[in-house]
Design a protein. Structure first.
Length: 399
């Protein structure tokens, strides 16, 4: 039976233009093993993986195991893409603890410990600086010609042909390093203005730091929507998972994305009739029309909106430490930003003055309408994944 399912999956993946197929992590592993056994080339395996959508979270440990057997860089990057795109999903049921849900009083006690931790420990963290390394994955982007006159942020972009045309699906674009300052555990917006021509270079950027744990936790509690979900293993230990939902009137979650075009027609238009046409540039004997100096100006503007959202907290039941936070913005269909989901992982990091629990990884999954006009009858979307690691924490220098 399992072999029949795998053969059916292989058949559907072989059909050109086939829509993405939802598969489990186990099915992904079986498919990859089969393609490797058949000695399929790197491009073909990457194209097959591109057509998959996971119904479960591909955990970091399983992802690393899969990449060890990848035949080349295209397959490796598609495994990374699957891991990032599934970051907010629940892992396979077999990986979840079978511990019964705690009683209501115990659930309340866990949340109270978490509330105390956020207010008395996390918000009291000293000013810290970390190195943030971000990998960008994006679809529908090709490397820009050097003669185009546009300063590309995709200097490491690659192109290929045939079944492995990486410009046709989500692929690695580039990597970037930056220093991030944390005050009371909250990342601060950079003081220096970013002069990159985002949007015009075919890319987007999220200029605001990731949502802050203290604000989100307070808004979730105020909304009185925090509910028990399940147990989940994080670093081999059971974490209590609570879901929440924050309505618009209680939300201070700002979604900001740069940049989207605002195209305006400029110049002079002269409408003419058969009688006035020769004087205004029209052809003699024509039925009329328009002549003039036609031009368009394009301004690139940020999308900014304060939105409702929902998400989950992953809490150590004994200490109340928040180990992970997921935030999924609730955007309107008419917005040029359709999706902005963020996952932040927290872990202990040793420092000169002790060990601090700080952000160590974030994953942002976005879907935008790069050419604007989301409310139009037809438009295209672009998916961008930002996978970031925070390292080298050290005390911030006093101003």
């Amino acid at each position: 039976m399992k072999r029949c399912v795998l053969l059916l999956l292989l058949f559907t993946l072989a059909v050109p233009g086939w829509c993405s197929r939802k598969v489990t992590v186990a099915q992904l592993q079986s498919l990859l093993q089969s393609l490797l056994a058949e000695k399929k080339p790197d491009g073909e395996i990457a194209a097959a993986l591109h057509q998959l959508e996971l119904s479960e979270q591909l955990t970091r440990s399983v992802m690393i195991g899969l990449t060890k057997h990848a035949p080349g860089p295209l397959t490796t990057e598609q495994i990374y893409v699957l891991e990032a795109r599934s970051a907010n999903l629940a892992p396979p049921a077999s990986d979840l603890p079978d511990t019964p849900a705690p009683e209501a009083a115990a659930q309340k006690a866990i949340l109270m410990r978490a509330e105390t931790y956020v207010a008395k420990t996390y918000e009291q963290l000293p000013a810290l600086v970390a190195k943030k390394t971000t990998l960008r994955f994006q679809d529908k982007t090709e490397a820009l010609a050097s003669s185009s006159g546009i300063a590309s942020g995709a200097k490491d972009a690659v192109t290929a042909s045939g079944a492995a045309n990486v410009a046709a699906f989500i692929h690695y674009i580039n990597a970037a390093n930056e220093s991030v300052v944390f005050e009371h555990g909250i990342a601060k917006r950079p003081v220096k203005k970013d002069m990159t021509r985002w949007g015009a270079n075919g890319l987007i950027v999220v200029p605001k730091p990731e949502p802050s744990l203290p604000r989100v936790f307070k808004e979730a509690l105020t909304s009185e929507s925090v509910r028990w979900t399940r147990w989940e293993l994080i670093n081999g230990k059971s974490a209590a998972v609570f879901a929440f939902q924050v309505p618009r009137e209680q939300s201070k979650l700002d979604v900001e994305v740069c940049c989207f075009p605002d195209i305006k027609q400029t110049g002079i238009a002269r409408f003419y009739t058969p009688m006035t046409g020769p004087m205004l540039g029209g052809e003699r004997g024509s039925g009329g029309g328009v002549a003039g100096n036609f031009q368009t100006n394009t301004d690139w503007n940020d999308f900014k909106s304060t939105v409702p959202y929902h998400g989950r907290f992953y809490i150590d039941p004994d200490s109340g430490v928040v180990l992970r936070m997921i935030i999924e913005a609730e955007l309107k269909p008419s917005d040029v930003v359709h999706q902005m989901d963020t996952r932040i992982d927290y872990a202990p990091v040793p420092g000169a003055h002790g060990t601090f629990i700080v952000p160590v990884r974030s994953v942002i999954s976005s879907v935008v309408v790069p050419n604007g006009e989301s409310g139009a009858g037809g438009y295209s979307t672009r998916t961008t994944l930002f996978s970031s690691e925070y390292t080298d924490y050290h005390p911030a220098r006093p101003n």
